[in-house]
Design a protein around this ligand. Structure first.
Ligand SMILES: Cc1ncc(C[n+]2csc(CCOP(=O)(O)OP(=O)(O)O)c2C)c(N)n1
Ligand SMILES: [Mg+2]
Length: 312
Protein backbone atom coordinates (compact mmCIF):
# COMPACT_ATOMS: atom_id res chain seq x y z
CA UNK A 1 0.00 0.00 0.00
CA UNK A 2 1.25 3.46 -0.82
CA UNK A 3 0.20 4.94 2.55
CA UNK A 4 3.68 6.21 3.33
CA UNK A 5 3.79 8.13 0.07
CA UNK A 6 0.25 9.44 0.64
CA UNK A 7 1.18 10.55 4.17
CA UNK A 8 4.27 12.30 2.86
CA UNK A 9 2.73 13.98 -0.18
CA UNK A 10 -1.05 14.32 0.07
CA UNK A 11 -2.77 17.39 1.56
CA UNK A 12 -4.99 14.84 3.33
CA UNK A 13 -2.24 14.41 5.92
CA UNK A 14 -2.79 17.96 7.13
CA UNK A 15 -6.42 17.15 7.85
CA UNK A 16 -5.65 14.33 10.28
CA UNK A 17 -7.18 15.11 13.68
CA UNK A 18 -6.58 11.91 15.59
CA UNK A 19 -4.27 8.91 15.29
CA UNK A 20 -4.91 5.55 16.93
CA UNK A 21 -1.83 3.36 16.86
CA UNK A 22 -1.17 -0.31 17.51
CA UNK A 23 2.16 -2.11 17.63
CA UNK A 24 5.70 -0.78 17.32
CA UNK A 25 5.76 1.34 14.14
CA UNK A 26 9.36 1.68 13.02
CA UNK A 27 9.19 0.94 9.34
CA UNK A 28 8.83 4.27 7.61
CA UNK A 29 9.67 7.85 8.33
CA UNK A 30 6.34 9.44 7.35
CA UNK A 31 4.67 7.35 10.07
CA UNK A 32 7.33 8.21 12.63
CA UNK A 33 6.94 11.88 11.70
CA UNK A 34 3.17 11.62 12.12
CA UNK A 35 3.63 10.10 15.58
CA UNK A 36 6.07 12.87 16.49
CA UNK A 37 3.46 15.57 15.83
CA UNK A 38 2.29 17.44 18.93
CA UNK A 39 -0.66 19.29 17.37
CA UNK A 40 -3.02 16.32 17.00
CA UNK A 41 -4.58 13.83 19.38
CA UNK A 42 -2.71 10.52 19.46
CA UNK A 43 -3.85 7.36 21.21
CA UNK A 44 -1.35 4.53 21.31
CA UNK A 45 -2.33 1.04 22.40
CA UNK A 46 0.84 0.20 24.29
CA UNK A 47 3.41 2.21 26.18
CA UNK A 48 6.43 4.41 25.49
CA UNK A 49 8.36 1.16 25.02
CA UNK A 50 6.44 0.53 21.79
CA UNK A 51 6.26 4.17 20.72
CA UNK A 52 8.96 5.01 18.18
CA UNK A 53 9.64 8.58 19.34
CA UNK A 54 9.54 10.30 22.75
CA UNK A 55 5.81 10.84 23.27
CA UNK A 56 4.58 14.40 23.55
CA UNK A 57 1.84 15.55 25.98
CA UNK A 58 -0.73 14.91 23.22
CA UNK A 59 -0.06 11.15 23.29
CA UNK A 60 -2.27 8.97 25.47
CA UNK A 61 -1.25 5.39 26.16
CA UNK A 62 -3.98 2.78 26.44
CA UNK A 63 -3.41 -0.70 27.82
CA UNK A 64 -3.95 -3.63 25.49
CA UNK A 65 -5.74 -5.54 28.29
CA UNK A 66 -8.57 -2.99 28.36
CA UNK A 67 -9.24 -3.82 24.72
CA UNK A 68 -9.15 -7.60 25.23
CA UNK A 69 -11.62 -7.36 28.11
CA UNK A 70 -14.15 -5.76 25.90
CA UNK A 71 -13.57 -8.25 23.07
CA UNK A 72 -14.24 -11.17 25.42
CA UNK A 73 -17.44 -9.61 26.64
CA UNK A 74 -16.14 -8.53 30.05
CA UNK A 75 -17.28 -5.44 31.81
CA UNK A 76 -17.38 -2.57 29.33
CA UNK A 77 -14.25 -0.53 29.90
CA UNK A 78 -13.60 3.08 29.15
CA UNK A 79 -10.98 2.78 26.44
CA UNK A 80 -9.14 5.96 27.12
CA UNK A 81 -10.87 7.89 24.35
CA UNK A 82 -10.99 5.14 21.71
CA UNK A 83 -14.76 5.45 21.56
CA UNK A 84 -16.13 7.52 18.71
CA UNK A 85 -18.97 9.97 18.80
CA UNK A 86 -21.61 9.82 16.13
CA UNK A 87 -21.05 8.16 12.78
CA UNK A 88 -17.98 8.18 10.57
CA UNK A 89 -17.81 10.42 7.55
CA UNK A 90 -17.54 7.96 4.61
CA UNK A 91 -16.00 10.69 2.43
CA UNK A 92 -12.85 10.64 4.60
CA UNK A 93 -12.15 6.94 3.98
CA UNK A 94 -13.01 7.34 0.30
CA UNK A 95 -10.56 10.24 -0.05
CA UNK A 96 -7.72 8.12 1.38
CA UNK A 97 -8.62 5.16 -0.83
CA UNK A 98 -8.69 7.40 -3.89
CA UNK A 99 -5.31 8.89 -2.97
CA UNK A 100 -3.88 5.40 -2.44
CA UNK A 101 -5.15 4.24 -5.84
CA UNK A 102 -3.71 7.32 -7.57
CA UNK A 103 -0.36 6.98 -5.77
CA UNK A 104 -0.18 3.26 -6.53
CA UNK A 105 -0.74 3.92 -10.23
CA UNK A 106 1.94 6.63 -10.19
CA UNK A 107 4.40 4.27 -8.50
CA UNK A 108 3.65 1.43 -10.92
CA UNK A 109 4.31 3.74 -13.85
CA UNK A 110 7.88 4.28 -12.59
CA UNK A 111 8.67 0.54 -12.44
CA UNK A 112 10.15 -1.12 -15.52
CA UNK A 113 9.79 -4.75 -14.45
CA UNK A 114 13.39 -5.16 -13.24
CA UNK A 115 13.50 -3.05 -10.07
CA UNK A 116 13.60 -4.29 -6.46
CA UNK A 117 9.97 -3.13 -6.17
CA UNK A 118 9.00 -5.40 -9.05
CA UNK A 119 10.60 -8.26 -7.14
CA UNK A 120 8.59 -7.32 -4.03
CA UNK A 121 5.40 -7.28 -6.12
CA UNK A 122 6.15 -10.75 -7.50
CA UNK A 123 6.80 -12.13 -4.02
CA UNK A 124 3.63 -10.52 -2.69
CA UNK A 125 1.55 -12.05 -5.46
CA UNK A 126 3.10 -15.51 -5.03
CA UNK A 127 1.68 -16.20 -1.56
CA UNK A 128 -1.49 -18.26 -1.87
CA UNK A 129 -4.19 -18.43 0.80
CA UNK A 130 -2.77 -20.45 3.70
CA UNK A 131 0.80 -19.67 2.61
CA UNK A 132 3.63 -18.20 4.63
CA UNK A 133 5.82 -15.21 3.87
CA UNK A 134 8.72 -14.41 6.14
CA UNK A 135 10.23 -11.02 5.35
CA UNK A 136 13.76 -9.92 6.18
CA UNK A 137 14.69 -6.51 7.56
CA UNK A 138 16.22 -3.65 5.57
CA UNK A 139 14.93 -3.08 2.02
CA UNK A 140 12.78 -6.20 1.49
CA UNK A 141 10.26 -5.34 4.20
CA UNK A 142 10.09 -1.70 3.07
CA UNK A 143 9.80 -2.59 -0.60
CA UNK A 144 7.01 -5.00 0.20
CA UNK A 145 5.31 -2.43 2.42
CA UNK A 146 5.21 0.02 -0.47
CA UNK A 147 3.96 -2.23 -3.26
CA UNK A 148 1.99 -4.98 -1.49
CA UNK A 149 -1.60 -5.24 -2.63
CA UNK A 150 -4.25 -6.00 -0.04
CA UNK A 151 -5.27 -9.65 0.11
CA UNK A 152 -8.83 -10.86 0.56
CA UNK A 153 -9.66 -10.70 4.25
CA UNK A 154 -10.08 -14.17 5.77
CA UNK A 155 -7.80 -16.05 3.36
CA UNK A 156 -5.29 -16.53 6.16
CA UNK A 157 -1.89 -15.92 4.72
CA UNK A 158 0.73 -15.55 7.44
CA UNK A 159 3.17 -12.71 6.84
CA UNK A 160 5.72 -12.27 9.58
CA UNK A 161 9.06 -10.64 10.27
CA UNK A 162 11.52 -10.27 13.12
CA UNK A 163 11.33 -6.62 14.03
CA UNK A 164 12.70 -5.65 17.44
CA UNK A 165 15.67 -3.50 16.47
CA UNK A 166 15.39 -4.73 12.88
CA UNK A 167 18.41 -7.03 13.09
CA UNK A 168 19.53 -8.90 10.01
CA UNK A 169 20.86 -11.73 12.18
CA UNK A 170 19.12 -15.07 12.66
CA UNK A 171 16.66 -14.39 9.88
CA UNK A 172 17.09 -17.64 7.97
CA UNK A 173 16.79 -19.73 11.14
CA UNK A 174 13.58 -17.93 12.10
CA UNK A 175 12.16 -18.40 8.62
CA UNK A 176 13.05 -22.11 8.63
CA UNK A 177 11.41 -22.52 12.05
CA UNK A 178 8.30 -20.67 10.90
CA UNK A 179 8.06 -22.84 7.78
CA UNK A 180 8.37 -26.00 9.87
CA UNK A 181 5.48 -24.83 12.03
CA UNK A 182 3.23 -23.88 9.12
CA UNK A 183 3.47 -26.41 6.38
CA UNK A 184 2.92 -25.20 2.86
CA UNK A 185 4.86 -25.72 -0.33
CA UNK A 186 4.47 -21.99 -0.87
CA UNK A 187 6.41 -20.87 2.17
CA UNK A 188 8.72 -18.06 1.11
CA UNK A 189 11.45 -16.20 2.92
CA UNK A 190 12.31 -12.92 1.20
CA UNK A 191 15.63 -11.43 2.31
CA UNK A 192 18.54 -9.23 1.27
CA UNK A 193 21.89 -10.76 0.37
CA UNK A 194 23.65 -9.51 3.52
CA UNK A 195 20.79 -10.85 5.62
CA UNK A 196 21.16 -14.20 3.86
CA UNK A 197 24.91 -14.28 4.37
CA UNK A 198 24.63 -13.21 8.02
CA UNK A 199 22.34 -16.14 8.80
CA UNK A 200 23.43 -18.64 6.17
CA UNK A 201 24.57 -21.21 8.70
CA UNK A 202 20.87 -21.72 9.45
CA UNK A 203 20.94 -23.81 6.25
CA UNK A 204 22.96 -26.43 8.08
CA UNK A 205 20.31 -28.94 9.14
CA UNK A 206 21.34 -32.37 10.38
CA UNK A 207 20.27 -35.43 8.33
CA UNK A 208 17.77 -36.65 10.91
CA UNK A 209 16.21 -33.23 11.50
CA UNK A 210 13.03 -32.12 9.75
CA UNK A 211 13.34 -29.82 6.74
CA UNK A 212 10.55 -27.52 5.71
CA UNK A 213 9.42 -26.85 2.15
CA UNK A 214 10.74 -23.32 1.81
CA UNK A 215 11.88 -21.04 -0.99
CA UNK A 216 14.41 -18.45 0.09
CA UNK A 217 14.26 -15.49 -2.29
CA UNK A 218 17.33 -13.26 -2.14
CA UNK A 219 17.19 -9.67 -3.38
CA UNK A 220 20.81 -9.87 -4.44
CA UNK A 221 22.53 -6.51 -4.85
CA UNK A 222 25.93 -7.28 -3.29
CA UNK A 223 25.61 -5.05 -0.26
CA UNK A 224 23.22 -3.02 1.83
CA UNK A 225 20.97 -1.08 -0.53
CA UNK A 226 18.91 0.54 2.21
CA UNK A 227 21.72 2.97 2.96
CA UNK A 228 21.74 4.40 -0.54
CA UNK A 229 18.28 5.83 0.18
CA UNK A 230 19.29 7.45 3.50
CA UNK A 231 21.37 10.54 4.30
CA UNK A 232 24.68 8.68 3.95
CA UNK A 233 23.77 7.77 0.37
CA UNK A 234 24.01 11.43 -0.73
CA UNK A 235 26.48 12.09 -3.55
CA UNK A 236 28.88 14.04 -1.30
CA UNK A 237 29.68 10.85 0.66
CA UNK A 238 30.18 8.71 -2.43
CA UNK A 239 33.94 8.29 -1.89
CA UNK A 240 33.52 6.37 1.37
CA UNK A 241 30.02 5.01 0.86
CA UNK A 242 30.87 1.65 -0.70
CA UNK A 243 33.35 0.59 1.95
CA UNK A 244 31.60 2.01 5.01
CA UNK A 245 27.91 1.48 4.24
CA UNK A 246 27.29 -0.67 1.19
CA UNK A 247 29.84 -3.27 2.35
CA UNK A 248 29.78 -5.44 -0.79
CA UNK A 249 31.06 -8.96 -0.19
CA UNK A 250 31.48 -10.52 -3.62
CA UNK A 251 30.30 -13.78 -2.02
CA UNK A 252 29.37 -16.59 -4.40
CA UNK A 253 25.99 -17.53 -2.98
CA UNK A 254 25.59 -20.47 -5.35
CA UNK A 255 28.77 -22.12 -4.11
CA UNK A 256 27.83 -21.40 -0.51
CA UNK A 257 24.49 -23.17 -1.07
CA UNK A 258 26.28 -26.09 -2.73
CA UNK A 259 28.31 -26.52 0.45
CA UNK A 260 25.08 -26.97 2.40
CA UNK A 261 23.53 -29.19 -0.26
CA UNK A 262 20.78 -26.66 -0.92
CA UNK A 263 19.59 -26.16 -4.53
CA UNK A 264 20.26 -22.66 -5.85
CA UNK A 265 19.29 -20.85 -9.02
CA UNK A 266 19.76 -17.32 -10.32
CA UNK A 267 16.45 -15.94 -11.62
CA UNK A 268 15.70 -12.62 -13.32
CA UNK A 269 12.99 -10.46 -11.72
CA UNK A 270 10.78 -11.04 -14.76
CA UNK A 271 10.86 -14.84 -14.21
CA UNK A 272 10.32 -14.84 -10.44
CA UNK A 273 6.54 -15.24 -10.61
CA UNK A 274 6.85 -18.42 -12.68
CA UNK A 275 9.53 -19.92 -10.44
CA UNK A 276 7.60 -19.15 -7.26
CA UNK A 277 4.52 -20.90 -8.63
CA UNK A 278 6.36 -24.26 -8.59
CA UNK A 279 5.68 -26.92 -5.96
CA UNK A 280 8.65 -27.11 -3.63
CA UNK A 281 10.12 -30.01 -1.73
CA UNK A 282 12.76 -29.08 0.83
CA UNK A 283 14.68 -25.83 0.98
CA UNK A 284 15.73 -24.03 -2.20
CA UNK A 285 17.37 -20.69 -2.84
CA UNK A 286 16.24 -18.34 -5.60
CA UNK A 287 18.79 -15.57 -6.05
CA UNK A 288 17.41 -12.56 -7.88
CA UNK A 289 19.97 -9.97 -9.04
CA UNK A 290 18.78 -6.39 -8.48
CA UNK A 291 20.54 -3.07 -8.87
CA UNK A 292 21.25 -0.94 -5.83
CA UNK A 293 23.14 1.83 -7.60
CA UNK A 294 19.98 3.35 -9.11
CA UNK A 295 17.81 2.98 -6.01
CA UNK A 296 18.25 6.51 -4.69
CA UNK A 297 17.31 7.94 -8.04
CA UNK A 298 14.38 5.52 -8.39
CA UNK A 299 13.00 6.49 -4.96
CA UNK A 300 13.34 10.17 -5.84
CA UNK A 301 11.44 9.59 -9.08
CA UNK A 302 8.69 7.68 -7.27
CA UNK A 303 8.29 10.46 -4.68
CA UNK A 304 8.19 13.12 -7.38
CA UNK A 305 5.60 11.17 -9.38
CA UNK A 306 3.35 10.69 -6.35
CA UNK A 307 3.73 14.32 -5.28
CA UNK A 308 2.84 15.42 -8.76
CA UNK A 309 -0.21 13.14 -8.79
CA UNK A 310 -1.52 14.11 -5.35
CA UNK A 311 -0.77 17.82 -5.24
CA UNK A 312 -3.80 19.81 -6.33
C1 LIG B 1 22.71 -7.84 13.23
C2 LIG B 1 22.69 -6.56 12.45
N1 LIG B 1 23.85 -6.01 12.04
C3 LIG B 1 23.84 -4.86 11.32
C4 LIG B 1 22.66 -4.25 11.01
C5 LIG B 1 22.66 -2.94 10.25
N2 LIG B 1 22.05 -3.12 8.95
C6 LIG B 1 20.78 -2.71 8.70
S1 LIG B 1 20.31 -2.98 7.15
C7 LIG B 1 21.80 -3.63 6.74
C8 LIG B 1 22.07 -4.05 5.33
C9 LIG B 1 21.25 -5.21 4.92
O1 LIG B 1 21.59 -5.58 3.60
P1 LIG B 1 20.75 -6.63 2.80
O2 LIG B 1 20.28 -7.72 3.69
O3 LIG B 1 21.56 -7.02 1.61
O4 LIG B 1 19.44 -5.80 2.38
P2 LIG B 1 19.31 -4.64 1.27
O5 LIG B 1 19.04 -3.37 2.00
O6 LIG B 1 20.54 -4.60 0.43
O7 LIG B 1 18.12 -5.05 0.44
C10 LIG B 1 22.65 -3.64 7.84
C11 LIG B 1 24.04 -4.15 7.82
C12 LIG B 1 21.47 -4.85 11.45
N3 LIG B 1 20.27 -4.35 11.17
N4 LIG B 1 21.51 -6.01 12.16
MG1 LIG C 1 21.58 -6.22 -0.30
Amino acid sequence: MSYRQVLAHSPLAEQIERVVGFGHATLTRPVTQLLARTDIEIIHVGSQATYPVPAGPNVRFVEQTLLSKQQTGGAPARLGGLETDGTDDPAWLQAWQDADAAATAAIDAELDGSTPYDLAKAVNAAIPPGGLLFVGASSPIRDLDLVARPYVVGEKRLIIANRGLAGIDGTLSTAIGAALARESTRAIAYVGDLTFLHGSNGLLIGPSEPRPDLTIVIASDDGGSIFTTLEQGAPEYAASFERVYATPTGADIGRLCAGYGVPHQVVAVADVAQVLAEEVSGIRVVEVPVDRTRRRELDARISAAVRNELTP
